[in-house]
Design a protein around this ligand. Structure first.
Ligand SMILES: *[C@@H]1O[C@H](CO)[C@@H](O)[C@H](O)[C@H]1NC(C)=O
Ligand SMILES: *[C@@H]1O[C@H](CO)[C@@H](O)[C@H](O)[C@H]1NC(C)=O
Ligand SMILES: *[C@@H]1O[C@H](CO)[C@@H](O)[C@H](O)[C@H]1NC(C)=O
Ligand SMILES: *[C@@H]1O[C@H](CO)[C@@H](O)[C@H](O)[C@H]1NC(C)=O
Ligand SMILES: *[C@@H]1O[C@H](CO)[C@@H](O)[C@H](O)[C@H]1NC(C)=O
Ligand SMILES: *[C@@H]1O[C@H](CO)[C@@H](O)[C@H](O)[C@H]1NC(C)=O
Ligand SMILES: *[C@@H]1O[C@H](CO)[C@@H](O)[C@H](O)[C@H]1NC(C)=O
Ligand SMILES: *[C@@H]1O[C@H](CO)[C@@H](O)[C@H](O)[C@H]1NC(C)=O
Ligand SMILES: *[C@@H]1O[C@H](CO)[C@@H](O)[C@H](O)[C@H]1NC(C)=O
Length: 807
């Protein structure tokens, strides 16, 4: 249990109280209140028969006040546990059940008159922690200064019998006098088990155990020994760095009853602890250094106590190492492991054992599940500090050739090891710094959110939950945004988005940003702000615009994005001169990029998302004219049913699918429809709502369909594309475009079909059915807007909201 988990904002407050406080008090008051609470209530260290502990009574503190036991929240999530922690919240010593949070606010820990220690709930079965064979009434449960919560039977002659203790059920942290090993009489094993991920306390893959035969400590990953400390000699373990065991005194018990290991410190003023991390690293004193690095123990590695794996596949070589990368990687050939019991190390081991797999990353934002990338190399990866984290297999010992092969290998290995060593040291330092900054930032986010909550806006009250992951989000202060945008001057204005103006800004660091300021008057703004913020935080893909952060200041709600110098697609597409800048190659690249971005949204992002407002003006272009989908203000998460119904229809005329426009039904296929329209616009350089056709007015879709039927679809191609182009590719695009705009959603292809049809020339493309809005479109459009649709193609296309509840 590391500090990371222990972001205890208000661990032992009553839930209702917590909410009330959130509403009325600013963060500062909270801090004051909380610290007062600690000092005032530090009175009782024990429970007598009939006593209870719940949110109202507050924690039980040890006599010295160095440990406490209470019901509370371990992170900013809503899961509540009964846990025992040190007073500085550095580690958790014990938890009632890490895999099963206690339900609701009504949980009560009680020691009843029969000597039963249990957690009761308003509803449901109680959790029995200890129940004596016969009822006994002379018991007492005490939280000792060692961090052990013990239940004892008190005899009239003055002696006590130990009935139950939390030290028998460790989490992932070993503290002085806590045991590892086995009790031969009861068969009880004492071992540490790591957490599943950095943010989930559920049992994970690694365990730290005492191995009595070899007299050594071992770490297992999913049952297989991956690290050994070496035999204990002269109070020292061979494979544990000296600074991690400096002041420790080990004691070994080995008799018929039990074989155990424990340590004490020769300096009583410091509490030493060893914590097993989710990746298999055993830290001492909250990341001051490490006792063991089992995270590096896979495959051939035998350094520092690592155990070579038995079943190494032939395709893996010595020196193959997964390196952490940040940036973007092609999602072309991936496979998924949706098992939510899979953490980082499980993904790593699976990837290593599968010869096709060359990189992996987590699937869900809580760190569980895996995405495996097949046949990928460093060439398929682009560095970007704002990108996703993933792990790419690289060989650290390449270039071994010639007759003096072994010398070379030795030299390279030595260098690599030195490099790894230095790298690890750097990393250790960097990590410490990072952890610190991370915590600080998280606090800042919380502080900001509390201020936001206090600013009377009810729409903000769920913010805390939605933003708890905080994914790399930066908080900007209002003055710096004012300075960056020249006080929102009109020269800096880039345009008007659906819910407010967008400005260009330059940070003091020189970084250019795009600043979207939500209209204060727009009541919807807040909802869209929150929506965009929470959704886009989760999304990272090279074809999606990157959110850098936000700014909340009194009534101001501001979103800050990366700045893209080349404006949006419509700026080029619908202009005869600028259209010439987009040759067919560029256009095809844009089409591919958009399809990749959408595929990611629909399929590979953690939250499956429908964009709902895909159009040319929402496609931004970077300096290489690569497309990035923007504006997630209207995006929605979709669930298994993948079809949702809404009363509020938002979208842009010309891009909305018929089922959405007429019935309010949306699904990923609505995005596919919009994509189809966009595709035809890119090929033709014309707006979908324009007037085309020689003898009768047709929209772009109708016009395309007529040409297609007559086998004359090449006439559709934008005359601005004056050089030669791949007419096969153009035909394919028009064909796919028509498939996308088919009337029935079920007929339309999925984004994965589209991506493979676009990239794979031999893929069989089915023939399209007659498209939607081919006839009758005029009526629909006239109903929606009093503007005549059949004007010149310069018609102003805006986002419209139709409230179905009114009709
Ligand atoms: C704490 O101890 C005092 C006096 O010993 C007692 O009156 C009180 O009920 C105890 N509180 C709890 C929660 O056990
Ligand atoms: C104590 O709890 C146990 C288990 O819930 C129950 O069987 C027993 O009757 C209780 N004793 C008293 C005195 O309430
Ligand atoms: C505890 O139980 C004993 C018998 O087992 C009984 O004599 C005594 O009165 C009980 N004490 C209380 C406080 O209930
Ligand atoms: C005290 O009493 C208990 C139970 O009555 C007994 O098991 C224990 O041996 C006694 N201890 C001493 C020192 O007499
Ligand atoms: C522990 O702290 C006490 C009081 O602060 C001090 O007198 C003592 O020397 C310290 N012991 C060690 C080993 O540092
Ligand atoms: C994708 O990966 C699988 C192995 O899982 C492989 O069989 C297949 O050929 C790969 N496809 C491409 C296009 O690389
Ligand atoms: C998920 O993974 C865990 C741990 O490896 C395994 O025990 C469990 O059987 C898996 N579940 C499924 C449904 O594959
Ligand atoms: C982690 O996230 C996944 C997907 O959201 C969810 O199904 C799973 O229950 C989460 N795991 C835990 C332990 O909360
Ligand atoms: C990776 O890059 C190579 C070389 O650029 C390319 O041939 C290959 O298709 C790419 N693989 C994937 C899965 O994108």
């Amino acid at each position: 249990m590391t500090l990371f988990h222990m972001f205890l904002l208000f661990p032992c407050l009553k839930h209702a109280m917590r909410h009330k406080l959130q509403k009325v008090l600013a963060f500062m008051c909270l801090c004051l209140w909380w610290s007062t609470c600690i000092h005032v209530e530090a009175a009782n260290d024990s429970l007598k028969p009939g006593d209870t502990l719940n949110l109202d009574t507050g924690p039980v503190y040890s006599k010295k006040g160095n440990y406490y036991l209470c019901f509370g929240w371990l992170d900013v999530g809503y899961n509540q546990y009964l846990f025992l922690s040190d007073i500085n919240n550095n580690y958790v010593v014990w938890m009632s059940d890490r895999n099963q949070p206690v339900a609701g606010d009504s949980a009560v820990l009680s020691l009843n008159l029969s000597g039963v220690l249990k957690i009761e709930y308003q509803r449901g079965k109680p959790t029995i922690l200890y129940s004596p064979p016969q009822p006994i009434n002379n018991t007492k449960a005490t939280l000792l200064d060692t961090g052990n919560f013990v239940l004892q039977q008190l005899h009239p002659n003055g002696t006590n019998t130990l009935l139950w203790q939390t030290f028998d059920y460790p989490m992932d942290t070993l503290i002085p006098t806590m045991k590892l090993g086995v009790n031969h009489k009861t068969g009880h094993h004492w071992l540490l088990v790591s957490s599943l991920t950095k943010t989930l306390v559920n049992s994970g893959a690694f365990s730290l155990e005492w191995e009595p035969v070899g007299q050594e400590l071992i770490i297992r990953r999913r049952g297989k020994v991956c690290w050994k400390s070496g035999k204990l000699r002269n109070n020292r373990f061979e494979n544990i760095p000296e600074d991690a065991q400096g002041v420790l005194k080990y004691s070994i018990v080995s008799n018929g009853d039990e074989e155990t290991f424990s340590f004490t410190s020769t300096n009583e003023n410091i509490t030493h602890f060893w914590s097993l991390s989710d990746t298999g690293r055993l830290y001492y004193n909250d990341k001051e250094g490490y006792v063991a690095t089992a995270d590096l123990c896979y495959g051939y590695n035998t350094d520092g106590g690592c155990q070579r794996w038995q079943d190494i596949p032939k395709c893996r070589n010595p020196g193959d190492v997964f390196q952490k990368k940040t940036g973007y990687i092609s999602y072309q050939n991936v496979s998924l492991e949706g098992n939510i019991s899979y953490g980082f190390s499980d993904c790593k081991a699976s990837c290593w054992s599968n010869c096709h797999c060359s990189a992996f990353r987590k699937m869900y934002s809580n760190g569980t599940g895996c995405i495996f990338f097949h046949r990928i190399s460093a060439e398929n990866y682009t560095f970007d500090s704002a990108g996703e984290n993933f792990y790419l297999l690289e060989n650290m010992l390449t270039n071994h050739k010639g007759t003096k092969k072994w010398i070379w290998i030795g030299a390279v290995a030595a260098t690599a090891l030195l490099a790894i060593f230095l790298f690890t040291i750097c990393l250790a330092f960097k990590k410490r710094k990072f952890v610190f900054q991370g915590k600080k930032r998280q606090r800042m986010v919380m502080k900001m959110l509390h201020l936001a909550t206090c600013s009377r806006s009810s729409a903000m009250k769920d913010f805390e939950v939605d933003l708890k992951k905080g994914n790399g989000l930066k908080l900007f202060n209002y003055t710096s945004i004012m300075a960056a945008t020249n006080e929102f001057s009109t020269e800096n204005k880039l345009g008007q988005g659906g819910f407010g103006p967008v400005y260009k800004g330059i940070l003091p660091t020189g970084q250019e940003i795009a600043v979207k300021r939500l209209s204060k008057t727009s009541g919807q703004g807040i909802v869209e702000f929150k929506n965009e913020l929470t959704l886009i935080c989760e999304l990272q893909h090279m074809n999606l615009v990157q959110l850098l952060g936000c700014c909340i200041d009194e009534e101001e709600r501001i979103l800050i994005y990366e700045y893209l110098p080349n404006k949006s697609l419509d700026f080029y597409l619908f202009d005869c001169t600028r259209g010439k800048l987009l040759d067919w190659k560029k256009r095809f690249k844009i089409i591919e990029g958009i399809s990749q971005g959408l595929l990611y949204l629909h399929k590979y992002s953690r939250l499956k998302i429908i964009h709902r407002d895909l159009k040319a003006s929402n496609i931004l272009l970077d300096e290489n004219m690569s497309p990035k989908i923007s504006d997630f203000g209207m995006a929605r998460i979709f669930t298994q049913e993948s079809v949702a119904n809404t009363n509020r229809i938002v979208g842009t005329h010309g891009y909305m699918s018929p089922e959405y426009m007429m019935e309010g039904v949306f699904s990923p296929k609505s995005d596919v429809y919009s994509f189809g329209v966009l595709l035809l616009e890119i090929v033709s350089g014309r707006r979908s709502l324009g007037c085309y056709g020689a003898d009768r007015p047709l929209n772009l879709i109708g016009h395309t369909w007529e040409l297609w039927k007559d086998g004359a679809s090449s006439e559709l191609v934008d005359p601005s594309i004056n050089e030669s182009f791949d007419s096969d590719e153009v035909q394919r695009c028009i064909h796919i475009g028509l498939l996308c705009v088919q009337h029935y959603a079920d007929d339309r292809p999925t984004m994965s079909n589209i991506v493979s049809m676009l990239t794979n020339k031999s893929e069989i493309v089915p023939l399209p059915e007659r498209p939607a809005f081919y006839v009758g479109r005029k009526i629909i459009h006239d109903e929606l807007s009093s503007k005549g649709f059949c004007t010149e193609s310069t018609i102003e296309i805006t986002t419209s909201t139709i409230d179905m509840t009114d009709s």
